[in-house]
Design a protein around this ligand. Structure first.
Ligand code: ZN
Ligand code: FE
Ligand code: FE
Ligand code: ZN
Length: 266
């Protein structure tokens, strides 16, 4: 079976990943991948916004590192991308980022449900104890829906990230999923199947099977990502993710070149 492209991986510039792009590429080839894409955490308008992303002045260095891997491994398709946080009000900043390099795609991710709380940050786990989970999930999916509608992104990353630590609301979240997926379907934005969830407390691919099912029904395209933060995680659990997608009806995935989508058989 040929594996779909792994379109989500990081570099040490984000300050919480290890290994150079050439090492990620070498591992990709060793597990049989034919295409990967780097999507490191993009800079924010202010470098002191948080401490888990590259600085603005490192953007060119990031591009250069990916280009080194492209030169060293011509037999592997290596795309240049960014994982760009969606925060309301950041739209102009994101459009400026898009102009700075010939990116192949942007992954839109919501990590922040407010300007100060990144819900997946283990250092802020205690914040969860102060909130009602359903309120957090609702705020998260409001932003995810805005991200999908914004037209700023080709792919929406790890769509049910709030489950990371295994904290889940008692309420039915289906209406939240539907609102987001309707927006993705309207704007032609793809949803990522991200295997990093299997390595977290939730022990489940992002997003859950129900979201994959609804996405297929609504005609939302999908991509695959390991969200590797070390070279050995590239392509990890891809057979599980492909099985999940196929079992809900998907026969296609997609790839991106210069922000244009192309379908590929799954
Ligand atoms: Zn990261
Ligand atoms: Fe992320
Ligand atoms: Fe990531
Ligand atoms: Zn990520």
């Amino acid at each position: 079976m040929s594996l779909p492209a792994d379109l989500h991986m990081h570099t040490p510039l984000c300050r919480h990943a290890a290994g150079e792009p050439v090492e990620y590429a070498r591992h990709a080839l060793s597990v049989g991948l034919t295409e990967i894409g780097f999507s490191d955490h993009s800079p924010m308008p202010r470098d002191d916004f948080d401490d888990w992303r590259m600085l603005d002045r490192q953007l060119d260095e990031y591009v250069a590192k990916v280009q080194v891997a492209q030169k060293e491994f011509p037999q592997l398709a290596i795309r240049l991308a960014l994982e760009v946080d969606y925060l309301p009000g950041h739209e102009d900043w994101i459009r400026q980022l898009a102009q700075r390099h010939p990116w192949d795609y942007f992954i839109g991710s919501v990590h922040y449900v407010s300007d100060s709380w990144d819900i997946d940050n283990p250092a802020k786990l205690s914040e969860w104890k102060k909130r009602d989970p359903f309120e957090v999930w609702s705020a998260y999916f409001d932003r995810l829906t805005m991200a999908a509608e914004s037209g700023l992104y080709e792919i929406i990353g790890h769509s049910d990230l709030p489950k990371k630590f295994g904290i889940r609301p008692a309420q039915d979240c289906t209406p939240l999923y539907e609102k987001f997926l309707d927006a993705a379907a309207r704007s032609g934005c793809a949803m990522e199947l991200n295997t990093a969830g299997l390595r977290k407390d939730c022990r489940e691919i992002y997003p859950c099977r129900e979201m994959v099912r609804l996405a297929f029904q609504k005609g939302v395209p999908i991509t695959f990502g390991s969200d590797a933060h070390v070279p050995g995680e590239v392509g990890m659990n891809f057979t599980d993710a492909v099985e999940l997608a196929r079992s809900e009806g998907y026969t296609e995935t997609c790839r991106f070149k210069q922000r244009q989508r192309e379908a590929a058989w799954l």
